[in-house]
Design a protein around this ligand. Structure first.
Ligand code: NI
Length: 391
């Protein structure tokens, strides 16, 4: 990419240095001590006062605009994943965890935006920077909101690096951009016995296997195919030996939906099918649900500001619509339940290199996307400030 947009080359190099430092020293959710100190140090280098969020590893800071300016928020997530890195990069993780979702890049690009915004004279907007821990657990946003990080905020913006889109692009869509995520656990109680005498037992492995297959029919047979949804069993735990019929089995999985009504439908069908299969075989079944993050829903006004800004900054050909539903979760949804805002994706494919998806041990992204992210945040903050002022 030739143009660096709102940020200069020195700023891009500064962001790359930060990204590599964070990448080398990843920290898991709620343990981002070094990360949050590094963020605070860089902010104070820029003359921006950083505050640690009470009882958390989150950092918030404010860049003050002209008196009476509207307040908007920009958010980056800062945590890593429990994955052993296999990229072979010279700045690869030195520990058992890894920035395999690009949150090192998100942190660096928000610092880049802070750097360029702090140089602006007569800024028409005040900007609250939110460096949020524990996105990977889906618990960070909610915890920060409970401490009041959104107080006074009129609009919020965030984004994610994405290997599905060409480097240098920004993907902006109105409405739903991420699915809701809930998880579940099904405990099956049969009756153990000798593997050679199945008639004396209730085989929890067989009941569990039927259940895995039957649950696949919820999405394929019960949900309108026009509404994206997923049921995945990620864990099936049962048995102790090859010659023992298992008395117990445990299934764990996740359900994803874009529409609240589909989310409820998936849950009630799962309960109904699990109970019926248990009854069919005389096994005990207990189903538990664990609420995850709601769907991420961009507000029309914020998405329109974001799209205009992206087109002005990067050119029409670099601004894409999300054509395929993203069934991944994102706790940015909690902010959007409180204030309007927009969540975008920053294209980050590395040209000529095999692509590995997020959460892969070989995940990497093109670092020039940091300039796109920082420029976008800078420009969208100003545009949102102007739009809110003229209201
Ligand atoms: Ni992520």
């Amino acid at each position: 990419m030739n143009s660096l947009f709102e940020v200069d080359e020195a700023c891009l190099n500064w962001m790359i240095g930060i990204r590599r430092n964070l990448h080398r020293h990843p920290e898991l959710s709620w343990k981002e001590e070094r990360t949050s100190q590094l963020i605070a140090d860089h902010l104070s280098e820029l003359g921006i006062e950083a505050k640690r969020v009470d009882g958390s590893t989150g950092i918030i800071a404010e860049i003050h605009g002209l008196p009476g300016s509207p307040l908007i928020a920009l958010r980056a997530d800062i945590d890593a994943l429990p994955i052993r890195e296999e990229t072979g990069l010279e700045f690869a993780s030195a520990s058992d965890c890894m920035h395999a979702c690009g949150h090192d890049g998100h942190t660096a690009m928000l610092l880049g935006a802070a750097r360029s915004l702090s140089l602006e004279r007569a800024l028409p907007v005040s900007v609250r920077l939110i460096f949020q821990p524990a996105e990977e657990l889906g618990t960070g946003a909610k915890a920060l909101i409970d401490t009041g990080v959104l107080t006074g905020v009129q609009m919020i913006f965030g984004g994610h690096l994405d290997r599905h889109y060409p480097n240098g692009t920004v993907v902006v869509s109105d409405g739903i951009v991420n699915a809701s995520t809930d998880s579940f656990r099904i405990a099956i109680t049969g009756q153990g016995g000798h593997a050679a005498r199945p008639h004396e037992s209730i085989d929890a492995v067989v009941v569990g296997s039927l259940l895995v297959t039957a649950l696949q029919t919820i999405v394929s047979r019960e949900i309108n195919p026009a509404y994206p949804s997923v049921v995945t069993i990620g864990r099936f735990d049962a048995g102790t030996a090859c010659n023992v019929i298992a008395a117990q089995a445990l299934l764990e999985g996740t359900i994803r939906a874009q529409h609240p009504s589909v989310r409820e439908h998936l849950k009630s069908s799962l309960e109904r099918i699990a109970a019926a299969i248990g009854q069919l075989h005389g096994a005990g079944i207990v189903v538990e649900f664990f609420d995850g993050t709601p769907a991420v829903i961009n507000s029309p006004e914020s998405a329109s500001i974001a799209k205009q800004v992206a087109i002005q900054t990067f050119g029409k050909e670099r601004v894409l619509d999300m054509k395929v539903a993203n069934m991944g979760g994102e706790d940015f949804s909690y902010y959007l339940e409180q204030v309007p805002g927009c969540y975008v994706r920053f294209g980050a494919q590395i040209e000529g290199k095999e692509g590995y998806p997020a959460h892969s041990s070989k995940f990497d992204f093109d670092e020039s996307a940091l300039a796109v992210g920082a420029s976008y945040y800078h420009a969208v903050a100003k545009a949102a400030g102007k739009a809110l002022c003229s209201k």
